[in-house]
Design a protein around this ligand. Sequence first.
Ligand code: G6P
Length: 612
Amino acid sequence: MCGIVAYIGTRQAKPILIKGLQRLEYRGYDSAGIALINKGHLSVYKTVGKVSKLEEILDVSNTEGTIGIGHTRWATHGEPNDVNAHPHYSQSRNMVIVHNGIIENYASLKKQLMSEGHVFESDTDTEVLAHLIDSIRESENVSLDEAVRLALAEVHGAYAIVVMAKDEPRMLVAARKGSPLVVGLGDQEFFFASDASPIIEYTKSVVYLNDGEIAIIANNELSIKTIENVVKSAKVQELELQLEMIEKGGYDTFMMKEIFEQPRSIFDSMRGRIDPKNGTIFMGGMSEYQYKLMNAKRILIIACGTSWHAGLVAEYLFEDLARIPVEVDYASEFRYRNPIVHHDDIVIAISQSGETADTLAAIELAKQKGATVLGVCNVVGSSIPRATHAGAYTHAGPEIGVASTKAFTAQVTVLIQMALWVGHRKGAISEGELRKILIEMETIPAKVEAALKLNEQIQSLAEEFKDAQDFLFLGRGVNFPVALEGALKLKEISYIHAEGYPAAEMKHGPIALIDDKMPVVVIATQNNQYDKVVSNIQEVRARKGRVIAIVNPGDTEVSKLAEFVIEVPETHDALSPLINSVPLQLLSYHIATLRGCNVDQPRNLAKSVTVE
Ligand code: G6P
């Protein structure tokens, strides 16, 4: 949700900013811009469209300068156009700002500033903040960082900002509240970015800013203070991110690379945690809370998007394996419905990015109400792991494709382990059952690898269905959320309307949609509901629906009924989402690609949603 990058040092800033914006483009890509200071001139270059379009403009401009700020936008206030693109000037045009987030009281601030004679060019909340900072700077006659601090004290909302002024060519001021910002510390140079990806080839030393902190680079030094003017010391951390983790590595798209990385990301999410030989699980990050989990009367799961689907899978797992009642909520609904939360409830927040605004707000609410909050996150050092009491990382590695794939299966991997861990400690599952599942878990990476071999078969299937207008995805039990996720993936990247449904619920509505053009993807792998799914397929066939079935080897019944059959390796039912998700990801991918869609950056979406 908007990407920010900034540089101050001895190198030319432009190439660093552009490369950084390209890496951050997953956060938003409707417009992009940079500002540079060179020999007393402050210049802004910005355009609607992607960073590649910005590069075209820059090619014909004089873009020297060793200090600069950049932005790639996902529009909130004001349509995506050149004027609304960041950076934004202040009234005097002596100062510029880039911003990620929303200034909620921008309308009243704007009115006040307009009454003082300010004229605004754009429809954005960001421009209001630029004017506010600069007008405080002039009227109070204070330094740039102090003006930023005083302005932020008047602002409600979420932000990460970086500010630079023409008369302070060796100074950058940044701040965060609710939106991520990391500072990179190099040799005589400093970086700001929304995540560490623009920084890694220059330095591994970073400082993750906390909410309410202002970072100032001046005289070649970093200093940090809060909005309340309390001086803070910088906690320098070493980045573990490697450059190859954020490159396409020979694949056409990040999404394809990430789908194919799943054997590894699932393995990494189990590594050091399961020990099938001894039949044990170790969840180090949350061992302090094991008794609370074991004694929890209820688990509340909060998440958004694909992570919410992982939460739904976890509902089945925790209830079945650990015998703890579970409620799964969209974080955005949870936070506004005055939820009932008890002291002995455990809240599990699931998030790939660790920055989703609704999930963060729901966590704060749950904490206020006295619950213990555990996080399941992918991005190390992001806000959610810091806001939760404890948790487990998913170790999927950076996920850059906007549509989530490997992060989902990694989340499910971690949640399975959590459910088994608690279930075993509570005595809800026997030693024997635990060992059986753990032994099977170890085989999952190889089985996912085998499922990936279906790629070509699924590509031909995609040819057959690429022009469909609607799609239905059906599954039961733990594979119902997989059906939801399959439908979400298809609509996100191919723009085909798709719905996921519990297979048995189809007859209560969606069956009305079925005719001889309707593709119906049915997850019909082996479990105790197999016969029921066969009956559901019969219902679709009776209405001439076109059934694409996901089955296990040796299947007889479904194969007779379905028009197309995709055969994936068999596994324990609790683990089956890890394998069954793969053909659905590939199907969406190929349909979207055949329709000419940009799978990594689908229209209107952003990977990290840091606004409500
Ligand atoms: C956005 C992304 C989705 C993601 C959701 C939740 O909508 O496009 O892919 O599932 O946010 O994100 P999180 O980072 O909290 O898992």
